[in-house]
Design a protein around this ligand. Structure first.
Ligand code: C2E
Ligand code: MG
Ligand code: MG
Length: 717
């Protein structure tokens, strides 16, 4: 049957019980190019229809078995025959038959006796109309589908009658039936979310004034609960005189899109490592909190926290250990905030406290609705204590420690930026005063920060202006009092501040990277001086030179040293490089660089020994010459028994590693005799001399050779 349908000429089913009528109809229709099939009654017609699906039925009313009306009814009830055009043949002027024909779903009627010429035209016309109707139905279905898929509803408001008409989608979006929604605009407006009413009213007012279209997004409340987000688009319809007669528009449910946007927003606002809000979200929340705090005249505190030893742990144990540490830190911080009784509970949906990770090892905490300034310190103290405790990371016990700066709104700033910046400044101050501490921000910190900036600027020009000089602190053989050499210590002849000690500028130089050129200068000047003294007859006088870890970290460092040795002509054995433990952290690089230095014949010492993290097993593998006991371990010696025991332990360890030991910061006789008893052979300190300019050092040297120096006399005793 499909094959039959595919021929171009339409197929007409002629249904009549009179054979003559059927023949006449066939003759005339075929002349118009139609194909024709026949049926004797309604029942037969329906089964032929099922089989061949004709494009049109020419249907007689009066037939045995099943008459035309009934046939038409059955046809319309079936899915396939709902829209097939039916031309009913009725008796002339039989009004009731005509009415009944339309009632049962006939498309049109034609009077008997049939005008056979007209019949062809009529059928042709009906088929064309049917095709249009089908196309229309098709595009309507497509439109309705598209609207359903897009959750898009259509409405129209007649301004004269104030009657509202709308598509089914509108009911769907509002979650109500057509009866419930009615045909008045107020019924829709009643369902707008309370928080969006003002915006919607304002939108309507502007539209009413401007009399042209617009769009707005707002929320509606569904009767079964829940809120939908919709986008409303409005246009005005004008008559031929340009007068506005109605408003039409679409309403689209955009809840899903909004949800998706919100999800993306959340993903972009949380730190994936710790699960804490990130910087962006924190600043956003802080902004809201500040606005609320202003209205209620409440205080908000910002705690800016930076880990004290993260970098070192990260470098020694690796990044995945560093990641574990950060997650653990985050968990402890959250617990500190939760367990805090001085803070108010969450209110109005916004948490009163928020812990966020700003990046790296920086965490920022917001405490809103603060009633007393001291409460911020209570929380800060808890955090410092919690982070001072050791962490067990990858089977190792490590100590992270933290420094915290506190800024309070409104006293330390009105804006998000100012508060965070000031808390950060306070944190730097806390850190510079020693680890594991917190500080409130004060105005004077800004002044100090500016001072630092000015210092950095002048530090940049200091090398060119030749403002650095080296002073030399004698290093002695503690048994004989002989001067073995000197530690070169840098000084800055500041044009305004006078002579500055390293404590005033070395950290700044390291932070700004200026330590590299400054350190290179120190190295060259120290070597040059050693060579000069050597040439003057002091052939075994050693010069110790301090190195920053940043210098040592440079891959090109051994090469730089070789060049300096060559340029100055100094004997490598007279040069002693002092490195701190932190400079030696990266095992592979350290071993390589130290190996190269040893090949040149240079000595290497560990400075400030005991203050770093070095493991003994590790140190043992490195080609070192000496340990310098940090002066903090000597302060209480010999009366502080703990410190005395520590010095003992260091001495024993150095012996087993076959390393020389130099004691730093010997200030009194008691320390000296303690060290000598423990077998410490070398030392330096104010008891003998402070660091001296090169010429004064030479005088000191000559005096000590004549054995007239008071310090040497004290050694003899
Ligand atoms: P350091 O290498 O541990 O140097 C010893 C410091 O202790 C020197 O301070 C010295 O003056 C001081 N000192 C010596 N004997 C005593 C004593 O008996 N009692 C007390 N209280 N102190 C004593 P200075 O010159 O202020 O240097 C401080 C630090 O600055 C040095 O510590 C070193 O780490 C760094 N530094 C100095 N010069 C340089 C340099 O040229 N390059 C680099 N990278 N760092 C340097
Ligand atoms: Mg030193
Ligand atoms: Mg030292």
């Amino acid at each position: 049957m499909d094959a039959q349908k595919k021929t171009d000429s339409p197929l007409v089913l002629v249904v009549d019980d009179e054979p003559v009528m059927r023949v006449l109809a066939r003759e005339s229709l075929q002349q118009f190019g139609f194909e024709v099939i026949e049926a004797e009654n309604g029942e037969e017609a329906l089964s032929v229809f099922d089989e061949l699906r004709p494009d049109l039925l020419l249907l007689d009313v009066k037939m045995p078995v099943m008459n035309g009306f009934e046939t038409c009814k059955c046809l319309r009830a079936s899915a396939a025959g709902r829209f097939t055009p039916v031309l009913m043949m009725t008796g002339l002027d039989d009004i009731s038959a005509i009415e009944q024909a339309y009632e049962t779903g006939a498309t049109d009627f034609i009077n008997k006796p049939i005008n056979w010429v007209i019949l062809g035209h009529r059928v042709e016309y009906m088929l064309r109309a049917s095709r249009f109707a089908e196309e229309l139905r098709d595009s309507q279905t497509k439109l309705a589908n598209a609207q359903r898929i897009a959750s898009l509803g259509y409405w129209e408001l007649d301004f004269a009658t104030e009657e509202l008409t709308y598509s089914n989608e509108i009911c769907e979006i509002f979650g109500v039936t057509r009866e419930e929604l009615g045909n008045r605009i107020d019924s829709l407006l009643d369902r707008v979310h309370a928080d969006d009413r003002i915006a919607v009213d304002e939108f309507r007012r502007i539209l009413g004034e401007r009399r042209d279209g617009g769009e707005l997004e707002y929320r509606i409340v569904k009767p079964q609960g829940g809120v939908s987000c919709v986008r409303q688009q409005v246009e005005f319809v004008r008559d031929e005189n340009g007068n506005v007669v109605s408003g039409t528009g679409t309403l689209q449910d955009i809840s899903e899109r909004r949800d998706a946007e919100e999800k993306i927003r959340l993903l972009a606002h949380y730190d994936s490592l710790t699960g804490l809000p990130n910087r962006e979200l924190f600043l956003e929340r802080l902004d809201i909190a500040l606005a609320t705090a202003k209205r209620h005249e409440r205080m908000t505190a910002i705690l800016f926290l930076d880990l004290d030893r993260f970098k070192r742990i990260n470098e020694t144990l690796g990044h995945s250990a560093g990641d574990l540490l950060l997650s653990e830190v985050a968990a402890r911080l959250v617990r500190c905030v939760r367990s805090t009784d001085v803070l108010s509970r969450a209110s109005a949906g916004e948490p009163a406290q928020l812990v966020s990770r700003f990046g790296g090892d920086e965490f920022v905490v917001m405490l809103s609705e603060l009633t007393r300034i001291e409460d911020a310190a209570t929380v800060a103290r808890r955090m410092v204590v919690a982070l001072k405790e050791s962490f067990s990371i990858a089977g190792q016990e490590v100590f992270a420690g933290a420094s915290i700066g506190i800024a309070i709104n409104p006293y330390d700033g009105d804006s998000v930026e100012a508060l965070v910046k000031n808390a950060d400044t306070a944190m730097s101050f806390a850190k510079s005063e020693g680890t594991d501490s917190y500080r409130y921000y004060t105005q004077s910190m800004n002044a100090k920060a500016l001072e630092r900036l000015a210092l950095e600027t002048s530090l940049r020009g200091a090398l060119e202006r030749d403002e650095f000089e080296l002073h030399y602190q004698p290093q002695l053989d503690l048994a004989s009092g002989r001067v073995l050499g000197a530690e070169a210590l840098v000084r800055w002849n500041h044009p305004e501040e006078g002579l500055l000690l390293p404590g005033a500028f070395i950290t700044l130089a390291e932070e700004s990277g200026l330590i590299l050129p400054v350190g290179d200068w120190v190295l060259e000047e120290g070597c040059r001086q050693a060579k000069e003294w050597h040439d003057a007859g002091h052939t075994s006088l050693r010069v110790a030179i301090n190195l920053s870890s940043r210098q040592f970290d440079r891959w090109s460092f051994p090469g730089t040293v070789a060049e300096v040795l060559e340029r100055t002509g100094v004997e490598p054995g007279l040069v002693d490089l002092e490195l701190t433990e932190s400079a030696l952290m990266k095992e592979e690089e350290t071993t390589k660089a130290l190996g190269a230095l040893k090949e040149y014949g240079i000595r290497v010492s560990i400075d400030d020994f005991g203050t770093g993290y070095s493991s003994l097993a590790y140190l043992m593998r490195l080609p070192l010459d000496a340990l310098k006991i940090d002066r903090c371990f000597l302060e209480g010696v010999p009366y502080d028994t703990d410190q005395a025991a520590l010095v003992d332990a260091i001495m024993a360890m150095a012996r087993s590693l076959k390393l020389d030991v130099i004691a730093e910061g010997i200030e009194n006789e008691a320390q000296l005799s303690f060290l000598r008893k423990r077998g410490c052979r070398n030392g330096q300190g104010f008891l003998f001399s402070k660091a001296l300019p090169a010429n004064e050092f030479l005088e000191y040297l000559k005096r000590s050779e004549n054995e007239t120096s008071p310090s040497v006399r004290s050694l003899a005793g």
